[in-house]
Design a protein around this ligand. Structure first.
Ligand SMILES: Nc1ncnc2c1ncn2[C@@H]1O[C@H](COP(=O)(O)OP(=O)(O)OP(=O)(O)O)[C@@H](O)[C@H]1O
Ligand SMILES: [Mg+2]
Length: 361
């Protein structure tokens, strides 16, 4: 089966190793523990795991164990019966019940209290849960996937995490390397996010000057992919020129990388010419009635009402036709691979599938 990497971008060997294990473990029901620094894409990976599993059409239920107050976490996970505590005015199923048949994602599991850890262990072993204030057990069929940015082994050592639960969760460990260990992926991701945010703001894609590329590649990205993503959004708003210059970068980054002249050159595959000066108009297709002056260079001619009149189209039909054309072009270019086509279009794969369904119900 072809692995659906659900929008996880990267070609580094470190990430390829992760994909290889993902492909093997996804179709099984094994418990997986995802580790990695903050912002490395743990949640994205877990979603991909679910999407590639036999449970893909069943619920995916995430819960952030670190974000829910300790007193509420148990009832959030296991549900409660009416009257179980002061505010329990009616019975309520917990996330495990909601995830029945699917996958539950216990995010930031390292934050969970020891008393609750015992109960998770119990679900793993007995495959049944008990609501707070309940008197009986209920079978659930749920795959458990957990993630943490803590060193759980050290937490076990320190007595904060149960050793038995650690081993039970860590059947298949998946470690996401920090961005600084993914080589060329930094620029690949920078390009992806920059294009995405420029498109969202309806501005032409920004180029990256050679020195900017060297700086981005050399910076350590302590906040990993999330930091890079947020930073690219910022550039898409603040940079006035067509090319991001080192002077557009914040002190924090410049200071950390030090002397630019000693940094190695880095190429950016498939990017718009970084030193191309005047901005090209955004590559939007021309409408069906337009002659396409130069589709290759992305030149765009705004359609006018005459186009609608000449073709006897109303606005909706016209827009549908434009959309349909772009979808076809993307699918052709992607040789039918929907993930890739969706990426070219800058939409989610699920959105593309919806659109295709609407086209051929
Ligand atoms: N390889 C990748 N390709 C594309 N986008 C990515 C990639 N890795 C992470 N992202 C994006 O970066 C952001 C952070 O990812 P995610 O939330 O999965 O990280 P996390 O490891 O769960 O972080 P935290 O520990 O802070 O919860 C998200 O917007 C995600 O879509
Ligand atoms: Mg997360």
């Amino acid at each position: 089966m072809e692995l659906n990497t659900s929008g996880i971008i990267g070609q580094s060997t470190t990430l390829a190793d992760v994909f290889r294990i993902l492909g093997k473990v996804a179709p099984t029901d094994s418990t997986v523990l995802v580790t990695g620094e903050s912002g490395t894409g743990k949640e994205l990976l877990v979603r991909a795991l679910h999407a590639n599993s036999c449970r893909a059409d069943k619920p995916f239920v995430p819960i952030n164990c670190g974000a829910i107050p300790k007193e509420l976490l148990e009832s959030e996970l296991f549900g409660h019966e009416k009257g179980a505590f002061t505010h329990a005015i009616r019975s309520r199923p917990g996330r495990f019940e909601l995830a029945d048949g699917g996958t539950i994602f216990l995010d930031e599991i390292g934050e969970m209290e020891l008393s609750l850890q015992v109960k998770i262990l119990r679900v793993l072993q007995e495959k049944e849960i008990e609501r707070v204030g309940g008197s009986g057990c209920k079978k659930v069929d749920v795959r458990i996937v957990a993630a943490t940015n803590r060193d759980l082994e050290a937490e076990v050592e320190a007595g904060h995490f149960r050793e038995d639960l650690y081993y039970r969760l860590n059947v298949i460990p998946l470690h996401l390397p920090p961005l600084r260990e993914r080589g060329g992926d930094v620029l690949l991701l920078a390009r992806h996010f920059l294009d995405h945010f420029c498109r969202k703001k309806a501005r032409p894609p920004l180029g990256l000057a050679p020195d900017t590329r060297r700086i981005l590649a050399a910076y350590a990205w302590p906040g990993n992919v999330r930091e890079l993503e947020n930073f690219m959004e910022r550039l898409s708003i603040l940079v006035d020129g067509a090319v991001v210059q080192p002077s557009d970068l914040p002190r924090k980054i410049l200071d950390q990388v030090g002397d630019i002249s000693v940094l190695p050159d880095v190429e950016e595959a498939g990017a718009p010419e970084a030193d191309a000066s005047p901005a090209q108009p955004a590559p939007v297709a021309s409408g069906p009635a337009q002659t396409r002056p130069d589709a290759q260079s992305g030149d765009f001619v705004w359609p006018d009402l005459a186009v609608l009149e000449a073709h006897g189209l109303n606005l909706k039909d016209f827009l549908d036709a434009v959309e349909s054309r772009l979808i076809d072009e993307a699918l052709n270019r992607a040789e039918g691979v929907k993930n890739q086509a969706a990426e070219y279009l800058g939409i989610k794969r699920t959105t593309l599938i919806e659109k295709l369904k609407k086209r051929n119900p």
